[in-house]
Write a protein that binds this ligand. Structure first.
Ligand SMILES: [Zn+2]
Length: 376
C-alpha cells in the first residue's frame, strides 16, 4: 500500500520514494506526493528522479499510479520525487473554490450540488435546480469574495461514520467506515478525499462566468485564481480593441455593434439588388433575350448567384455564364449532361433542377468558354 503524503501535508513539493512496482506505463511507489485524478480534480504531474510523470490515476484498489511514458525507473530503487507545483497548486485552489461555491449556493439558497468538474481555465458546479436567477449567482460571487477576504481556514479531519453523520453535511456520505471531512472554518463541512488549500485567502478571487442547462439542471461556470485574472485581462483587451474598432465607449459598445450590423444587413440587401440588375444588363449585352441566335456564352466578374433571376424562364436558348471558377447554365438536362461530359479536363462539379444548373470547375474560365462554345 502506498503511503499518501499529500494527506499529511498537501503542500509537500518534494520527497524521497522507492519504486515498488511497474505495470505498463504505471509506476507504483512506497510513498507519494502525487494526488491521483479523483472527484473532478486532475491527477498530478511531475518527476520521479529523471523520469517524467505525465498524469497520476487511481488503480482499482485506490493505489496512486504514476503514468511514466517511455523509459521507466528501476523497481527497488529510491528516487527524489517532485511535483509540477504550479499545476497542483492551481487545481488545489480550484478545488477549494468549488467547495466554497457549493457551500454558499447551499447555505444562501438551499441549492444542492450534483456534480463538479475542474478544468484548466474554469470549473463547473452542476446544481439540482432547473432554474437559478442570475442575481443569486452574483450574490454567491459577492459572498465568496467576502469569505476569501476573511481568510477562513481550510482543514481536514478523519472521523467515524457516526460522527460525520451527526454533522448533517450538505452532501450525503458515499463511503463506508471512517470518513475524511473537509472543513471551511465557519462555512462548510463536506466528506471529500481531495487535496485543498489551507486558507480561503490563497484562492485570491472567484468569478462567476455563466450558467447553462444540462440534463434539465443548471450548470454554473466559474473561474478562480490565475484563471480568473487571465480571463479578466483577456476580456479587458477584447473590449478595448472593440472600442477602438467601433470608436465607442465600453457602455455604448453593444449598441454601436448592433447599429453597424444593421447597416451591413441593409447594405448587403441593396448590393444584392444592384448586382442582379447589373447581371441582367450583362446578360442582355451578351445577346440574351433576343429573338434568334445560338447559345449565349459569356464571362463576368459578378458573383454567379446574381444571374439567377437575370435569365427569363422562357429563354429559348442555352445560356452559360462563367465567373471565377463557378458557372451557371440555363438549359435542358441534356445540355448540362453534354457540358459536363464534353469537357472532362475541367472536372466540372455541380447540379440543378429544371432549367437552372450551377457548379464549379477547375482551370481557366476563358478556356472553358472557348471549348464550351461548339458544344452548346
Ligand atoms: Zn474536496
Amino acid at each position: 500500500m502506498t503511503e499518501r503524503l499529500y494527506y499529511q501535508d498537501a503542500y509537500l513539493k518534494e520527497a524521497d520514494a522507492t519504486v515498488i512496482g511497474i505495470d505498463g506505463d504505471a509506476v507504483m511507489l512506497d510513498r507519494t506526493i502525487f494526488y491521483p485524478e479523483a472527484g473532478g480534480q486532475p491527477g498530478d504531474r511531475g518527476m520521479i528522479g529523471p523520469f517524467r510523470v505525465v498524469d497520476t490515476r487511481k488503480g482499482e484498489d485506490g493505489t496512486p499510479l504514476h503514468i511514466v511514458p517511455g523509459d521507466k525507473p528501476v523497481i527497488g530503487s529510491a528516487y527524489r520525487i517532485s511535483l509540477d507545483w504550479e499545476h497542483r497548486y492551481f487545481y488545489m485552489a480550484e478545488h477549494s473554490a468549488q467547495h466554497l461555491v457549493s457551500a454558499l449556493l447551499h447555505s444562501l439558497y438551499g441549492i444542492g450540488t450534483v456534480a463538479v468538474h475542474q478544468g484548466e481555465s474554469f470549473f463547473t458546479v452542476e446544481t439540482d435546480c432547473s432554474h437559478i436567477d442570475e442575481d443569486k449567482l452574483l450574490s454567491v460571487e459577492d459572498a465568496a469574495a467576502r469569505a476569501i477576504r476573511e481568510g477562513h481556514r481550510i482543514y481536514r479531519r478523519e472521523m467515524s461514520h457516526g460522527e460525520a453523520e451527526s454533522l448533517h453535511m450538505r452532501r450525503s456520505i458515499k463511503v463506508a467506515g471512517d470518513v475524511m471531512v473537509v472543513f471551511i472554518d465557519g462555512i462548510d463541512a463536506v466528506a471529500c478525499g481531495g487535496v485543498h488549500l489551507s486558507s480561503l485567502a490563497e484562492i485570491g478571487e472567484i468569478a462567476y462566468c455563466a450558467q447553462e442547462r444540462i440534463r434539465s439542471h443548471v450548470r454554473t461556470i466559474w473561474k478562480c485564481s490565475s484563471s480568473a485574472v487571465a480571463a479578466r485581462r483577456q476580456d479587458a483587451a477584447i473590449v478595448s480593441s472593440l472600442c477602438a474598432l467601433f470608436s465607442a465607449e465600453p457602455g455604448s459598445l453593444a449598441a454601436e455593434a448592433r447599429r453597424t450590423l444593421d447597416e451591413c444587413t441593409a447594405l448587403r440587401r441593396s448590393m444584392r439588388s444592384i448586382l442582379s440588375r447589373l447581371a441582367a444588363c450583362e446578360y442582355r449585352e451578351a445577346g440574351g433575350s433576343t429573338e434568334e441566335g445560338k447559345a449565349v456564352i459569356f464571362s463576368s466578374d459578378i458573383d454567379i448567384s446574381a444571374f439567377e433571376g437575370a435569365v427569363p424562364e422562357d429563354e429559348g436558348r442555352t445560356v452559360l455564364v462563367v465567373s471565377g471558377n463557378r458557372f451557371m447554365l440555363h438549359g435542358s438536362e441534356e445540355d448540362f449532361a453534354l457540358f459536363r461530359s464534353g469537357l472532362p479536363s475541367f472536372r466540372i462539379r455541380g447540379g440543378g433542377r429544371g432549367t437552372m444548373f450551377r457548379g464549379s470547375f477547375e482551370g481557366s474560365a476563358d478556356e472553358l468558354i472557348k471549348e464550351a462554345d461548339p458544344l452548346l
